[in-house]
Design a protein around this ligand. Structure first.
Ligand code: TMP
Ligand code: MG
Length: 297
């Protein structure tokens, strides 16, 4: 039986043979995809990280911005604040991706990073009505193939949960400006809270950073009516912390995880292969997720 499945997915999903695709257990991946296909679109939900997963990491050798970095625009924040945010990035980002530290060790440091940045942003009295302009003026780009990805899920009424430690208001503006904020899209993220004049005064709810997505999954995602009864999960992320995004799914049958390995490739390759079912190395496209979705739905 296994032999038939191998042949099936080789023919049906040629993208899995690309040399940028790494898998610890190819046959297990093929079996999972096959059984997700048997269950069909009605049993499927997609849970995805946003920054550097749905958006590009680099373009023409240049790093692309995260939702936080999109706010680095003189319409919103002054030069001193921008400089401080870049310093914090230079301090904490290497910690975020450090393979020599455990998630437990990183956790309090991530809280520190996010808390400091959010405090700075609040001091800048950011105006809600300027966010759209900041996104327009930014280099933010969704990965190649994004339109197919979002449109196909919408057409098949497959819920897409975007679970982001970025800034929700900015994230929504990015997908809105790309015309893919369809009704099947749900977002869990850090949302800004504005006063009655439209000036940022705080962030709403529990802070989400890279290594506490499990809590958000249990407290927020688990309650989403639209995801109920969908026991097959396609999960996309670029951080090992993203793997806990499906922890709120009750009675999962199949979970297929895809990890984008964008940075520090050699240092992190082994841990990514051991943690994600499929690892995509320096792949700026959504071709592999799209080909799997084309097969399943
Ligand atoms: P994500 O969950 O959508 O990937 O968003 C989290 C990313 O945001 C994480 O990889 C680090 C990044 N980040 C910045 O780029 N700048 C910041 O100031 C902060 C706090 C996070
Ligand atoms: Mg990310």
């Amino acid at each position: 039986v296994l032999g038939i499945w191998h042949q099936l997915s080789k023919k049906e999903i040629p993208e899995l043979a690309k040399c940028s695709v790494l898998m610890r257990e190819r046959s297990k991946v093929e079996e999972t995809i096959y059984s997700m296909q048997q269950a069909g679109a009605g049993s499927l939900q997609v849970i995805s990280d946003f920054d550097m997963t749905l958006t590009r990491f680099a373009y023409n050798g240049k790093r692309m911005p995260t939702t936080h970095n999109i706010l680095d625009n003189r319409l919103l924040i002054n030069e001193a604040c921008a400089k401080r945010m870049r310093e914090l990035m230079n301090t904490y980002y290497p910690i975020e991706i450090d393979t020599n530290r455990s998630a437990e060790e990183k956790l309090p440091l991530m809280v520190e990073w996010w808390t400091k940045v959010h405090k700075l942003l609040i001091q800048q009295k950011i105006r809600k009505d300027m966010l759209g302009m900041a996104v327009k003026e930014s280099n933010a780009m969704l990965r190649d193939g994004y339109k197919q990805f979002f449109d196909r899920l919408s057409e098949n009424q497959v819920p897409l949960l975007i679970f982001s430690a970025g800034v929700g208001d900015v994230l929504e503006e990015v997908i809105r400006q790309n015309h893919v904020f369809h009704p099947n899209v749900h977002v869990i993220s850090n949302y800004m809270d504005f006063d009655h004049t439209g000036v940022l005064r705080s962030f709403q709810g529990q802070l989400i950073h890279t290594f506490n997505k499990r809590e958000g999954a249990l407290s927020q995602a688990a309650g989403l009516r639209q995801l109920k009864g969908r026991s097959n999960v396609l999960l996309l992320g670029d951080s090992l912390g993203d793997l806990t995004m499906a922890d709120g799914v009750s009675e999962p049958k199949n979970i297929l995880t895809i990890g984008f390995l964008n940075d520090q490739v050699e240092e992190r390759k082994e841990s990514y292969i051991n943690s994600f079912d499929i690892v995509l190395v320096n792949d700026e496209t959504l071709d592999v997720p799209n080909s799997i979705l084309r097969y399943i739905t």
